[in-house]
Ligand binder design. Sequence first.
Ligand code: GLN
Length: 562
Amino acid sequence: MDGSHETKYVFVTGGVVSSLGKGIATSSIGALLRTRGYRVTAVKIDPYINVDAGTMRPYEHGEVFVTEDGAETDLDIGTYERFLDIDLGRSNNVTTGQVYQAVIQKERQGVYLSQTVQVIPHVTDEIKARIYQAGEESNAEIVLVEVGGTVGDIESLPFLEAIRQVRFEVGRDRTLYLHVTLLPYLGSSEEYKTKPTQHSVATLRGVGIQPDGLILRSRSALPPEARSKIALFTNVEVDAVFSAYDADHVYAVPEMLEQQGIAKLLERHLKLERVTPELRVWHEAVRVLRQPEASVNIGVVGKYVAMPDAYLSLMEALKHAGIANRARVDIDWVSAEAVADGDLDQLSAFDGVLVPGGFGVRGIEGKVRAARFAREEGVPFLGICLGLQVAVIDYARHVAGLEGANSTEFDPYTPHPVIDLMPEQLEVDGMGGTMRLGSWPMRVSPGTLLAELYAGRLEAAAVAGHPSTVFERHRHRYEVNPAYVDALKAAGLVVGGVTPGMEGRGGGLVEAVELSDHPFFLGVQSHPEFTSRLMRPSPPFTGFIRAAVARRRGDAVAAVPA
Ligand code: GLN
């Protein structure tokens, strides 16, 4: 049984096809509850057997999101954080792998001694315990639980059974089931087809769950006849059938659902107090996205250019920074391999160049070239994690005169390993969850670009009693080699931030580098995109876009406001 007698649970399942935007739907509902002042948390259930998303290819699965506590999670956790404006953690992403790992461990410890260990009740109990725990840990009034995959999948069955049991345990007033499906549109007959939705709801009913509401994905707003027809066939009240039609911006979805009264369903069913939501931030964001005062073109030089979901948080952080600068940010994906082959022309068209995080040698020389180009041509540059590392490689090779400088990740025999494995990584043998992960402090040097960008947070930090220190999330194994820090500094590279407490390592593990005679050139070892929010854009991104806007306008010196 769950610990609190008040926590309420909203379950979101999906049907018909995958990649429906269940995460956006769940997050939008969360946003509508948050803007009503409720304490909300969200749990993503991933029925795959991986323990976490950290070992999966971003090219297939989308980005690996990193939480404050260093969990490597599904990208939906990032969407929840951005929409709900809360920090989540390890317990917000539940996978089959974690559940079985725990059950098997308990079996070996003798916790179930003398019993036959089975899916029901042992696995389902473990799932329920995790759902309840997420609510308790965060002291949430409402827990949103999104079940990944599609109803009918073999893998999701134990999870559906577990969420069915939750209503059995805590009661109808404290549980709400929403089902998200796709309504395909047939051009020849000019109508939305409802049959797949009917079948999907029938399958859900087959495992004992009658949805209380439907969210129907379609190309355009749903005609009223289709709504009543679906209501009749699925046994869902007409005013609990919502149309989630294709939106021009994801941040327009909360309002779209609000207008149709989705919150009223929640209030009614979960017996919540009626509260008027405060949607100003959302209105304003969508307004700027629709009517920007400026626009910039950012070239993102990466490996997974054919799969934008692989860089989801990065794209959102750029969007947030754009909104803060009242500008539209157009992203052009540039294949690092094409740049390596000498295709530099396209880079000159950009108002800013960004090299995102990444792993492996593929495309590395192209990224180094892109950093060099931005440095030499005075184009605003932001390097994230690997992006910092390639900027340092370029600087070492072409300014500090360290010929052949490289990272030992890409060339173990380089004469100048300016980027090298962190000493603590030498002892690591497994691959899952073994990087330097999660939130780490960064001590910011006064008088730097970094200090100007983080001014607001530094003031807050001083008040909070940790002066000059801000926190960002990390996910890496390599660092700037302390043995080369003095040589790089002597050649003019500015180290704007270091990890405090690691002073032995060349004055501290390098967290950020910049150039003084450049409109905007910044590399950070962290991933500030993970903490960027609509309401609180990330400082490096905001500064980068501000510089890009200035470049587009033709201002001589861009950079930071006084
Ligand atoms: N591959 C690099 C490292 O492990 C960079 C990682 C990243 O960009 N997230 O240090």
